[in-house]
Design a protein around this ligand. Structure first.
Ligand code: AMP
Length: 301
């Protein structure tokens, strides 16, 4: 069956951008990823929330038939992230990270999840990423994301995860930080040298680059968006579109599949950034996706 398992954060975010602000709005890497991926494939979530996580927010994933058997609800507060974007909308500045229920999270996979073929380790503590991956029996294709918070605080664990995945999604600043390189091309190659066969370098409004040592580089522009309201979740929506389309084919992806998935990711991320929280992403239907995908392709030939 075409199915993608994701482990990541389910969060309440407080975000300020030049367009305004949102207080304790729904966010988290697993939420953005799951909404995007569920347009194409079945999704299984591993994560944890506190007692403050609302039924309404849970419904967003349930409405899309996302499997929440792996979502624990425990006493305490849901993960809270506070960030701001100033002039450079491509870069979030983290003001506060309250791990709350994630601080003591011990992910145990429901037995029905163990046969998952596609696995995405969304932005979360790399120790938890490893714990989840070790419980999947025979994954076909594994991806990961991360962020500066973990590059700074748990770099050795992060490097362990990098050795075990097929693909990593990383933004330009983080790739340069992780590899201590100032040149983008060298940064991509150095990230690939840490383990993953494929690297997707995210460059915000300048698009994304897919790389493998065997196939070289594939560049896609971003869709031109005039009103970027809130870039939060762009990376996770990208990964959701990318993994969702790959999982729907249920085979080891070829280079051509990965190039097509890069376009799908680009389309989903361009939708997310047009409103706060998951407000824009949840409105995306397959027909809108197809139209935007055609526009993106038309920009590339
Ligand atoms: P991005 O797609 O990179 O913009 O991811 C944004 C989401 O990542 C937000 O909704 C946050 O809740 C979540 N997030 C921020 N910091 C962390 C962290 N340290 N660990 C896990 N998730 C995080």
């Amino acid at each position: 069956m075409s199915v993608v398992l994701v482990v990541g954060s389910l969060a309440y975010d407080s975000v300020k951008t030049p367009s305004g602000k949102a207080e304790r709005a729904l966010g988290g890497s697993a939420n953005y990823f799951s909404v995007a991926a569920s347009l194409f494939s079945k999704v299984r979530v591993v994560g944890v929330v506190g007692e403050d996580y609302s039924q309404e927010d849970r419904q967003i994933l349930l409405k899309r038939e996302v499997d929440l058997q792996g979502l624990q609800t425990v006493p305490g507060k849901t993960f809270h992230w506070e960030g701001t974007y100033e002039q450079n909308l491509n870069e979030a500045v983290t003001l506060k990270t309250e791990l709350n229920v994630f601080a003591h999270f011990n992910p145990t996979l429901p037995s029905s999840y163990k046969d998952s073929s596609f696995v995405f380790l969304a932005n979360i503590d790399p120790v938890l990423q490893l714990q989840v991956l070790s419980q999947v029996e025979k994954p076909m294709f594994v991806g990961m994301d991360s962020m500066n918070f973990w590059i700074n605080s748990k770099q050795e664990d992060l490097k362990e995860v990098l050795k075990k995945v097929d693909i990593v999604f990383i933004n330009e600043t983080e790739a340069k930080m992780l590899t201590q390189t100032s040149n983008t091309v060298r940064a991509i190659k150095n990230v690939a040298a840490l383990g993953p066969k494929y690297v997707v370098l995210k460059k915000g409004e300048y698009g994304a680059t897919l790389y493998s040592a065997q196939h070289g580089f594939f560049h896609t522009p971003a869709l031109p968006i005039e009103m970027v309201v809130d870039p939060t979740g762009a990376g996770d929506s990208f990964a959701g579109g990318f993994f969702g389309t790959l999982a729907s084919q249920n085979k080891i992806p070829t280079w051509a599949d990965l190039k097509a998935a890069t376009l799908a990711g680009t389309v989903l991320s361009s939708q997310t950034i047009q409103d706060f929280s998951l407000n824009a992403l949840t409105k995306v239907e397959r027909s809108l996706f197809e139209t935007q995908l055609s526009s993106l392709k038309a920009m590339m030939i």
